[in-house]
Design a binder for this molecule. Sequence first.
Ligand code: CP
Length: 312
Amino acid sequence: MSNNFYNKSYLSVDTLSKEDVLYLFDKAMTMKKLVKEQGGNDSLKGKILTPVFYEPSSRTMGSFAAAMLRLGGGVVPMASMANSSAAKGESLADTANVFSATSDVLVVRHPEVGSAKEFSDAAYVPVINAGDGVGEHPTQALLDALTIYDAFGTLDGVHLAFIGELKHYRAVNSLARLLALFPTCKLSFISAPEFSLQDETRKLLNDRKISFKEYVEPDEIINEVDVLYVTRPKKEMIPEDQYERAVGKYRVTNNLVSKMKDKSIIMHALPRLDEIATEVDSDPRAVYLTKQMQNGLYIRMALLEAILKEQA
Ligand code: CP
């Protein structure tokens, strides 16, 4: 397997091949061993990462920073762009130039679809998309796919069902598109019709002849799924009087998960509101507070090393 990430930006899962995904999984497993046995190493000593976050984040920003630090690199302490010169009106392009001058890699999150590409076009160091509006979250997809791979030893033949408010959830787009690289995967989408999968992702799955089906009733499919992927309703994008319609019967409780297979897993990118009851947290199939987040560290270590070191 070869490193196709060196010195390149990572903005969308659509640029990945199946080999790229498996290459990163292999590296992530090495990173897991490294962290467990030594805590880290100096592989990226002398390299600097700057997080450029125009939207709040705990997991993504925290795990990118931890990943860089565990590999011996440095992180510019930009907690939020609200305290940067963006607040004085500095453009995305100028900001990309500013941080390119002082960094080896930039990690950007922004509320507009396409903003990561716009930022990357102006930057002159590699840029990683940490979420652009309702568009994509391509490193979330990598850690999600790694978590599934970890649980089942493969992505081939796995049946994943997304549930909840799917329309505004970028992690659904990215993971569904990544899994389209593994054509024997089966995808189900469970939601109220007005909060269903985005058209662009539906079209991509159709174009690639991926087996997928959309459901309104969770009970139609819940007993068949290997992975239940719960999504956070984007409260800020849903009229208040439609919130219960988006979440109501899709709320994940012990009653719903009692209908799932014993060997299934329950995932969520987090943070959550009330779409998944805390009673589910202690179910042995729930991986969202444990393995899923730990894999975020390992896959981001793998990605950073692949981008910053040619012979990674
Ligand atoms: N999963 C995720 O993107 O979480 P944060 O918003 O906390 O980064």
